[in-house]
Design a binder for this molecule. Sequence first.
Ligand SMILES: Cc1cc2nc3c(=O)[nH]c(=O)nc-3n(C[C@H](O)[C@H](O)[C@H](O)COP(=O)(O)OP(=O)(O)OC[C@H]3O[C@@H](n4cnc5c(N)ncnc54)[C@H](O)[C@@H]3O)c2cc1C
Length: 525
Amino acid sequence: MQLTLPPGLSPQGFDAAVKALQGAVGPGWVMTTDEDRDAYADIYAPGPETLWGASGAVAPQTVEEVQAIVRIANEHKLPLWTVARGKNLGYGTAAPRMPGSMVLDLGRMDKILELDPTLGYCVIEPGVGFMDLYERIQRDKLPLMMSVPGNGWGSVLGNALDHGIGYTPYGVHAKNLCGLEVVLGNGDLVRTGLGAMEKNQAWHLFPFGYGPTWDHMFSQSNLGVVTKAGMWIMPEPETSLELTYDIPNADDIGWVIDTLAPLKIKGIVEQSIFIPSWLGKMVIKGQRKDFWDKPGAIPEWRVQELLKEHKLGYWQVALRLYGNEGIVKAQAEVVKAAFKPHLDTPPHEKWWHQGDPTNVMDTTLGVPSAVPLQMGDWVGGKSAHMGFSPVVPATGKHVLDQMHRSRKIIDAHDVDFYASFTIGGRFCNNVNMLMYDRDKPEDVDRIKKLFNALIADAAANGYAEYRTHLGWMDAISNTFNFQDHAMRRMTEKVKDALDPNGILSPGKNGIWPSAYAAQRGKNLA
Ligand SMILES: Cc1cc2nc3c(=O)[nH]c(=O)nc-3n(C[C@H](O)[C@H](O)[C@H](O)COP(=O)(O)OP(=O)(O)OC[C@H]3O[C@@H](n4cnc5c(N)ncnc54)[C@H](O)[C@@H]3O)c2cc1C
C-alpha cells in the first residue's frame, strides 16, 4: 500500500518523525515500506483498504520507549493508532480509523510479569497473546482456567480493552481488568486504582482504589496507551459438565433466553452462555458452496434440509457448569428441570475432570483456538465478515423482537442469516455475522447498505452496538444522542485536556480531538 500522510503533515515532516522514531526504538522497529503498510491493513475491509491505511508502524519494547514515541509524535504532530497484537478481525484488524496514522504496535511488549494461582490474577503487557498465557499456565501446571474469545490469536489485554467476550464465568473480559499502567497523550505515566501508591501490594486485587475509578476510561478509548494491566483469571474448577441441547426452531430462542437468563442472574449458571444459530456449526464443516452454490441467501427450504442432513437444531445451547462435582450435579438438575417443560429430549452430557485432555474447540474450557477463523472462508474468494452486534436486555421478548426485526432486514438484502446471542448477565450480546467476498464489489456494497439499515433500525428501537468496525465508529457514536451527545462532548473535553495535540488514536469510537475534528465523518465505509 502506498504512503498516505496524516492530515497536516508534509512529506519532510513525516521523514523527520520517522528518523526520530528510529533513534528511539532502533531503525528495524519503524516500518514504512509499502509491504509493511500491507501487513497492518484491514484484511476484512468492507471497501478499499486505503480508506484506513496506516503510514507505517512503530514497535517499542519498553514503557520508556512508548513514552519517547509519544513525545516524538507530539513534537512532529504524527498521529498514532495503538494496538496490542492487532488481530481485531471484523473490527478493523490493526488498521487505524484515520488514514496516515502510524500504528503503535505493542506486540513486542509481551512479558507475563506476574501469574498468581492463589489469588487468581496475572499482570501482563499488551503483547501477551491468549496462546502465550495458556501455554505458560499449562507448562507450569497452574490451577487456572482462562477465558478466551472465538479467535484465540489476539491479545489478552487488547481484547479486554476492546470489551471482548469469552464463554466461561469470566467471559465479560473488561470486568477482569484490575489496575492499569498507562502512558497519557502528554507522555505522563500513571497507574490507576491502588497502583497510584508506590509499591502498593493490592493494586491488582481491589478494583476501586481511592477516589474516582479510572480503569474503564482507557477501554474502547483513545485516552491513553495501556502498557501493563492486572487481569483476574478463574481458578481451575475440579470438574465441569457440558449440557448440549439442540433447539429446533428459530423462535424458540425466546423461551431459551427466558429459561437461561434467570439461572445466569441467580448464579446457578455462571458462564457467559453462547447460543449460535445453525450456521455457526456449518461454517466449520466446509464452505458455503459445499451446501448451496447459488447467489443470494440460502432459502428456508434448503436451511431445513441442511438441519436434517446434519442433525442440527436451529440453535445450539452448549451450556457448561464449573466447580465441585456435587455442586455441578445439583446445578445440572436445576437446568434440566427448567428445560423439561419446553423440550422432551434430554441434553447430551459430557463431564470433564481436572487433568482430562481438552481439544482445540474447547473454548468453554478456556482453550484458545484458531479453528473458528475458518469462518473467514465461508463465502470463498477474498472472504471476510463483520458482526452487527447490538446489546439487548436478556428477556425473550427483547431478544425475539430484535431478532425478528434484524432478520427481516437481512432477508430483504438477500444475505444469509447467522445470529448468536451470548447471555453475559442481565443482557445479551447479539452478534449477526455478515459474510462477504471482498473481490465482489456488489457483495461489499450490499453488506454496507445492510449494516446502515441495521444500525438505524436498532437505534430507532432503543438498542446500540457494543463494538463496531472502523468504518462505522462515527455512525455508532452518533446513535448515543442523549442531550445532544453530552457523553461524547464530555469525553472529547477530557481528550483535549489529556492529549492536546490529539495524537493518540484520533477517531477511535467516534472520539475526535480538536486537532483532527475536521476528520469526523470522513473515511466511512
Ligand atoms: C472467527 C472470529 C471469531 C471471533 N470471536 C470473538 C469472540 O468470541 N469474542 C471477541 O471478543 N472477539 C472475537 N473476535 C474478534 C477479534 O478477533 C478478537 O476480539 C481479538 O482478540 C482482537 O484482537 P487483539 O486481541 O489482537 O486486539 P487488538 O487489535 O490489539 O486491540 C483491539 C483494540 O483495543 C485497543 N487497544 C489495544 N491495546 C491497547 C492498549 N495497550 N492501550 C490502549 N488501547 C488498546 C485498540 O483500540 C485496538 O484497536 C473474533 C474474530 C473472528 C475472525
